[in-house]
Write a protein that binds this ligand. Structure first.
Ligand code: GLN
Length: 301
């Protein structure tokens, strides 16, 4: 594995820095583009890493996997009355689609769907962002991981589109909590800072049929299968088809440049490189995952 990771790092080196660092959230735009890290956590074994794999970054939409998993762990299936699970084929922050779908977001990983999931988690736990942070700390075994308050404030300050989406959801009766509160928890969960090492460990339960780091059942095997399925079809937005074609794994990206991917039964992977392609997915990150599955043959296909 260490040699494989070194080979992948060398193969994607020409792509690192290609694309654009997300700057619609100004404090994300200040992250240097020329960074690359990758970590692989074996389902029942060690974690391997390369490059900037221990450097923390903003997980952004990767948090949506963990909020969905938490809601499903509390509430099994009821969330699906309020959110669909079809690929969107539109950008992650589309307002037009939410209007066309009459307030039922296309899936839980576009922003509108994630706002509904966060709203549900808020009702279930009283503190959605802290629940997500708590799960991540436990699974990553890193009690010090937390929220970058500057990023959260920057998102709130420049969050007109997310606010519009939350108000539109409320106008359709699809929020249980006040818009401002849902947005605050959503921005905070997106502003969690983690390294590739943390993220590979934190997502490992999805490679272990839902069994968490302490050996207890966090999700049932059926729930774990379903979260992975939604990641495969919806985790990289309107590039989900291209991601499935190239990588062949359930994956979830964030505009901080991170991506997690799951090889069920084998390992969980996290990559990070901040420069994004046009759909908001890390260019070098997708290429590294493509190299990984192509070289190992570890894919769901
Ligand atoms: N916090 C970001 C937003 O709401 C998350 C988007 C993403 O990572 N794709 O715009």
């Amino acid at each position: 594995m260490p040699q494989l990771l070194a080979d992948i790092t060398a193969a994607v080196a020409p792509l690192v820095g290609q694309g654009r660092v997300a700057d619609y959230i100004p404090s994300l735009g200040r992250v240097p583009a020329a960074r690359f890290g990758m970590a692989v956590a074996m389902a029942d074994g060690p974690v391997y890493g390369t490059g900037d794999w221990q450097q923390a970054f903003s997980i952004q939409s990767i948090s949506k996997v963990f909020s969905l998993a938490l809601v499903m762990s509390h509430d099994y299936d009821s969330i699906w009355k309020r959110v669909s699970r079809e690929p969107s084929g539109t950008p992650f922050n589309s307002l037009v689609q939410l209007e066309a779908d009459r307030g039922i977001p296309r899936n839980p990983f576009i922003n509108a769907g994630a706002l509904v999931v966060t709203d549900r988690l808020l009702t279930l736990t009283g503190d959605a962002a802290s629940s997500v942070a708590g799960l991540l700390r436990t699974e990553a075994g890193n009690p010090s991981l937390g929220i970058d308050a500057t990023v959260a404030a920057s998102e709130a300050e420049h969050g007109h589109r997310n606010s519009s989406m939350a108000h539109l959801l409320a106008s359709y009766g699809n929020l249980e909590n006040p818009v401002e509160k849902v947005l605050e928890h959503y921005f905070n969960q997106c502003a969690l800072e983690m390294s590739c090492e943390d993220l590979a460990l934190a997502s490992r339960f999805l490679a272990r049929n839902g069994v968490g780091s302490n050996g207890t059942v966090f999700l049932t095997p059926a729930q774990s299968k379903r979260v992975n399925a939604v990641m495969l079809t919806c985790g990289t937005y309107d590039a989900a088809g291209e991601f499935a074609y190239r990588v062949g794994l359930p994956g979830k990206s964030g505009v901080g440049g991170g991506i997690i991917a799951i090889v069920p039964g084998k390992c969980s992977i996290a990559v990070w490189s901040p420069a994004l392609g046009p759909n908001g997915n890390s260019v070098a990150g997708v290429a590294a995952l493509d190299e990984f599955t192509t070289r190992t043959g570890w894919s769901v296909f």
